[in-house]
Each structure stands twice: as C-alpha cells, then as structure tokens.
Design a protein around this ligand. Structure first.
Ligand code: F6P
Length: 258
C-alpha cells in the first residue's frame, strides 16, 4: 500500500536482519516473481542507498552478474557519482553466461548510467586451476585483479543452486554431486547446503568469499519467494556488514520459515 511505499517495512526489516544475523535489511513492496517492476524498485533503492552511504572520492565497486544485477544496474543514476569517482569492476570472471548478464556487461551499464568508469575481465566462468594460474599474470588481467582486491564496495546476488548449475551448463557429474550434497544456494561461484556449508566451488578468478569480511560495503540483492531457501543458506556466510536488499515476498517467506 501507499504507507509501506513511503515508509518501507521498518519492523520487518529489523526482524529479518536479526534472523539472518546481518546488520541491515531493506525491503521493497511486492513480489518480483510476479511483478517485474519490483526489480526496478530494488534497483532504485540500491542506487539511493549507495548514494547516501558511499564515501566521497574514489570508490572501487566490484559487481557480480545475473538477471537481478542486470535489472538493478539499469536504475543507477548520475546522482551516485556526485562528489565521487566510481570505478566498476567485475567481481569474478564470468564469461560463459549470456552476454547481457555477465558481470562485464553489468559494470559497463553501471558506469554508463552514473558517468563512472569500468574495467572488464576476460576470463571464462569455468577454468581448470592449471589454465587459470598463468592467466593471473596476464597484462590484461592482473591490473583488474589488483583493482578487485582493493574494492571497497561489493554488489552481488544469490541464486538457487540447481538453477545456476543448469544455467552454467555444468557437467552431469557435478550436477549429481550438487544433488548428493544437497546444494540449495549459489553466490560468487560457491554452492552452499541449507546449513550454509560450502559443498562445491567453481575455480574462478577474482573475489573469494573470505575477502568479503574486509570490504566495508557489501550489498546482497535477491528477491522473490522462490529464492528464500537459497537466501537463508547463503546468509550463514554473509559478513555482518551486509546490506540485504529484497522484496516483500522473499521477506515474508524467510520470516515464515523462521
Ligand atoms: O552468475 C552470477 C550470479 O551472480 C550468481 O553468483 C548468482 O547465483 C546468480 O548470478 C543470480 O542470478 P539471478 O539474478 O539471475 O537469479
């Protein structure tokens, strides 16, 4: 309703933050599974929150890929770059997903909408350790990895494990392993079971989950009731300073399952 549009859901936000053991939750009205405009609201809320929170001067913002990230990137505005120099970098190599939802494309969109800069990381999603070791030293890759390691902001989403495994065309063997280990969530190339245990990890280049602890501004954007189990599982690993931006339907479902 109108009141919740104006005021948000302060009680629910507090309850959910304490349930997930993170510092901040922000909820937009509606259900993004049913109403696509809800994703737009998530993006606007993210843009406004970043505009209020980020320090003046230089900010290095590491962003992940996915359809949620692609939708929120569209809502970024030049307001965000007022008093700031923004540099968007892909948090991890993700070439292999559809081009429009790769982190490279999302960084480019965010930079274009704000008037900031961006860098690309041309590294496949799925590479063996032997292949990526020498890549780390490549002149087109190393500077971007150095930037990622200095990011003060991370923006990411959370996906359902099996949805992500098939979207990435992971092998039947890996899919069987994920099923056997009861993976329910994916973020940053890590797969988690319901208790938050990492049960599988894609050897990708870039940000690792343990790096999150040292990053002052971490934003997790994920919505829709069907993601509730995945969100819950991932949040066992989320650093406390996380801002979780979600919709009413995911929030209700998380609180009901509590
Ligand atoms: O593949 C990048 C990624 O950010 C994953 O880490 C995450 O699980 C997924 O995309 C989320 O995708 P979507 O927003 O399309 O659900």
């Amino acid at each position: 309703g109108l009141m919740s549009d104006l005021l948000g859901f302060p009680k629910m936000e507090k309850k959910l933050a304490s349930l997930l053991a993170i510092d901040h939750v922000l909820i937009v009205p509606g259900d993004s599974d049913e109403q696509p405009p809800v994703l737009k609201r998530l993006g606007q809320l993210l843009n406004n929150t970043l505009s209020l929170l980020l320090p003046d001067g230089r900010n290095v913002i590491a962003a992940m890929g996915g359809t949620t990230m692609a939708a929120v990137a569209k809502e970024f505005t030049p307001q965000l770059a007022r008093q700031r120099q923004l540099l968007f970098v892909p948090a991890r190599g993700g070439v292999g997903e559809l081009v429009d939802i790769q982190a490279n494309a999302i960084c480019s969109q965010m930079a274009q909408n704000t008037g900031g800069e961006h860098r690309s990381l041309y590294v496949p999603e799925n590479v063996s350790e032997r292949t990526y070791e020498p890549l780390l030293k490549e002149p087109s890759i190393k500077p971007v990895l150095d930037l990622i390691s200095h990011a003060n902001v991370v923006i990411h989403s959370i996906g359902e494990a099996m949805t992500m495994a098939s979207r990435r065309q992971m092998s039947d063997d890996v899919i069987a392993e994920l099923e056997q280990k009861q993976a329910v969530a994916e973020a940053f190339g890590y797969f988690f079971d319901e208790t938050g245990q990492v049960v599988y990890k894609i050897p990708r280049i870039g940000l690792q989950i343990r790096d999150l602890n040292d990053i002052p501004y971490v934003f997790a954007v994920a919505a829709g009731a069907k993601k509730a189990t995945a969100i819950r599982a991932y949040m066992h690993n989320a650093p406390h300073q996380t801002w979780f931006i979600t919709d009413e339907s995911a929030a209700n479902s998380l609180l009901k399952g509590a």
